[in-house]
Write a protein that binds this ligand. Structure first.
Ligand code: ADE
Ligand code: ZN
Length: 324
């Protein structure tokens, strides 16, 4: 099975570039930028990566992202992730980035987007990995702040395909971002959002009805509501599921109890992703192999999951034909 998974061509549709920041690279970048981080070793960092919930993780994740300063930093972070894609036969990836995590610290939008997109261009040429970008709004901030980010993105619109919504879900429902999503769609961005990770099925309804999303990030709690399941199937929307993230953040207590197989059996379109691999103990292939073992998935299941990853990507239909 391990070799089967390694050889499967895959796309990754749910990945936060700031969540791919491996401790060794974090140390290197902190050192060259003369920034102190509250850890003395990679082991100490790994010890800190034990989370009770999403917020627990986010506090540490934003702290880690705080060492990223120059265009080169964003380039190195992104290229390092794309090399891992190449090594795992991930042929296409849709990368989320959180501009506000950086612009709030005085780093320009331009620095962030240029570093990330140059790495993507180089990876296409040198590693044969294609990518596109999803600009994610931080939901713990106001809609007004999101509007500022939308405005900042416009000179770089040609580099960005979609908008997303991430960070602290509970207490920050999709409805809070209704207007900025409407404006983002008007600018040509495809809407996606995290929904139903910790939040209830109502949040997924809001993301569909009020934000008009085309894909659901996580979506686990959709299973609380039969009508919602039927609606997601009717709209042919995929869920970007992240097994190791779900156990790391205690969304699921054990991979053996993960709802992925149930989702497939219900007819939901599911994909497997790593979310924040540097923090959750595994890249894409480990997500595939751990969930395969836990749920006894067959090769047919795995093939379907990989096929979905291309089918529900935002690649154009012609490019998809190269894979499915
Ligand atoms: N930002 C990075 N990873 C996230 C996750 N799993 N949920 C919400 N926001 C995030
Ligand atoms: Zn996520």
């Amino acid at each position: 099975m391990k070799t089967f998974i390694e050889n499967l061509p895959k796309a990754e549709l749910h990945l936060h570039i700031e969540g791919s920041f491996e401790p060794a690279l974090m140390f290197e970048i902190a050192k060259r930028n003369n920034i102190k981080i509250p850890y003395n070793s990679v082991e100490e960092i790994e010890e800190a990566y034990k989370f009770d919930c999403l917020q627990d993780f986010l506090d540490i994740y934003y702290q880690g992202a705080g060492v990223l300063t120059t265009e080169q930093d964003f380039y190195d972070l992104t290229y390092s992730y794309l090399q891992k894609c190449a090594n795992q036969n991930v042929r296409h990836t849709e990368i989320m980035f959180d501009p506000q995590t950086h612009t709030e610290r005085g780093i320009s939008f331009e620095t962030v987007i240029n570093g990330i997109s140059k790495a993507c261009d180089d990876a296409k040429e040198k590693l044969n990995v294609t990518s596109l970008l999803i600009m994610s709004y931080l939901r713990h901030l106001s809609e007004e702040e999101a509007f500022k980010t939308l405005e900042q993105s416009l000179p770089f619109k040609h580099k960005i395909t979609a908008v997303g919504l991430d960070s602290s879900e509970k207490g920050n429902p999709p409805s809070k971002f209704k207007n900025v999503y409407k404006a983002s769609i008007k600018e040509g961005y495809i809407p996606v959002a995290h929904a139903g990770e910790e939040g209830s099925a109502d949040y997924v309804w809001e993301a569909i009805d009020l934000l008009g999303i085309k894909r659901i990030d996580h979506g686990n709690n959709s299973l609380q509501d039969d009508k919602l399941i039927a609606e997601i199937i009717k709209r042919d929307m995929a869920l970007t599921v992240c097994p190791l993230s779900n156990t790391a953040l205690q969304v699921v207590d054990d991979l053996k109890n993960h709802p992925l197989k149930k989702m497939i059996d219900l007819g939901l379109k599911v994909t497997i992703n790593s979310d924040d691999p540097a923090y959750f103990g595994g890249q894409v292939n480990k997500n595939y192999s751990d969930i395969q073992k836990a749920l006894n998935l067959t090769k047919k299941d795995l093939y379907l999951l990989a096929k979905n990853s291309f089918q529900y990507s935002f690649l154009d239909e012609n490019s998809k034909k190269n894979y499915i």
